[in-house]
Design a protein around this ligand. Structure first.
Ligand code: GLY
Length: 359
């Protein structure tokens, strides 16, 4: 399950190297319509060189829509169909170039096509680099339920380059940063403080890179020990029980938000619960809540919205039986797994969340 993860700005060289090492009969590259504009030019020299070197097996490109709304079984079928129409075999190799939507869907397509072909992820967003592209979770949404259908399937290699982040706007960078905050909470106080003190307004990639590398290492260490989420990996779900419910709720209300925004709000809620149930220190809760309020703003909810949010939580993949399951934190670096909360406790948490966010 150990994945090769390479941090580099020479993406073409990295692709040349990996495609030489990973034996294959045909090579496919999956892009989305967004990466088509910004990222295709970055990998074009690799594609040209590859085609020159392999005149009888030119690269096949596949394009899909870039929005999370397109992360569906229909889009997945299009990818399977494209692979099939163009004679992909069990020995073909797929390169997914994009954010979490492309690596999740492309990874699932690769994991299932002819019962599984090899694939490489090239993460083009901060969110993808710190989370989606790494660790082997793949899948698609089912209606508005996030990642409801999927498989554990690690990429054979992951390429991460800060070069791509230059094309990201502030909100997309913040979206990825929320998962980095989560990793900060799961690691240690030093890394968390470094994250809280990073000059997030200016996004200097040189100072971001060491934080990014640590963040990916935090995830890798967890995944290495528990690839199939039998225990320890549940720690990575911190913020996601509330977070996924918020994300789906916003989508259903016609005001979709970026994944990381929902996770940032979810982190605040689950740290409130951590404080109440397992004595997570209040000062760290306030530090995180202030950081989220300042940088992400609040999710505006009223108590009339609580039943709908609760209802969505009842669908969470992490639930067992009728219990809604949360990952909480005893303290920074000390996760508390398999905690549950009832409807009243969830409502009380949302009350405190609204207080902390000033709504
Ligand atoms: N995104 C959480 C995990 O990969 O387990």
């Amino acid at each position: 399950m150990e994945q090769q993860i390479l941090f580099t700005n020479d993406i073409c060289e990295a692709l040349k190297d990996f495609t030489t090492k990973i034996l294959h009969d045909r090579l496919f590259i999956l892009f989305d319509t967004e990466t088509l504009h910004y990222c295709l030019p970055v990998v074009t020299p690799f594609m040209n060189d590859y085609d020159m070197a392999h005149p009888n097996m030119k690269i096949e490109t596949i394009f899909i829509e870039h929005t999370d709304q397109a992360k569906t079984i229909e889009t997945l079928t299009e990818v399977w169909q494209a692979l099939s129409n163009r004679h992909a075999s069990r020995h073909s190799l797929l390169i997914n170039v994009g954010g979490g939507m492309v690596t999740d869907l492309g990874g699932f397509a690769a994991a299932t096509f002819k019962r599984g072909i090899k694939f490489i992820n090239v993460a083009t967003t901060l969110l993808g680099a710190v989370d989606a592209a790494v660790g082997g979770k793949t899948g698609v949404n089912l209606g508005s339920l996030k990642n409801e259908v999927g498989a554990f399937a690690p990429a054979d290699a992951v390429i991460i380059s800060t070069k791509f982040f230059e094309t990201l706007d502030h909100v997309n960078l913040l979206s990825g940063y929320a998962e980095m905050l989560k990793h900060g909470l799961l690691s240690d106080k030093q890394h968390l403080n470094d994250l809280l003190n990073y000059d997030i307004e200016h996004w200097d990639t040189e100072t971001l890179l060491p934080l990014l590398k640590t963040s990916v290492q935090v995830k890798q260490q967890v995944v290495r020990q528990d690839p199939y989420e039998k225990g320890l990996r549940k720690a990575l779900n911190l913020g996601h029980t509330f977070g996924h419910a918020f994300e789906t709720w916003c989508m259903r209300n016609g005001h979709p938000v970026l994944h990381g925004y929902a996770i940032a709000w979810g982190l605040v809620c689950e740290l409130i619960m951590s404080h109440q149930q397992v004595t997570f220190p209040s000062q760290t809760l306030y530090d995180i809540a202030n950081f989220v309020k300042e940088n992400y703003g609040p999710l505006n909810i009223t108590c009339n919205d609580y039943p709908a949010i609760y209802e969505l939580m009842t669908h969470d993949k992490k639930n067992e039986g009728d219990e809604i399951v949360f990952t909480l934190m005893h303290n920074v670096g000390d996760a508390a797994l398999n905690y549950t909360a009832n409807k009243e406790q969830i409502g009380a948490t949302l009350d405190i969340y609204r207080d902390l966010m000033g709504i």
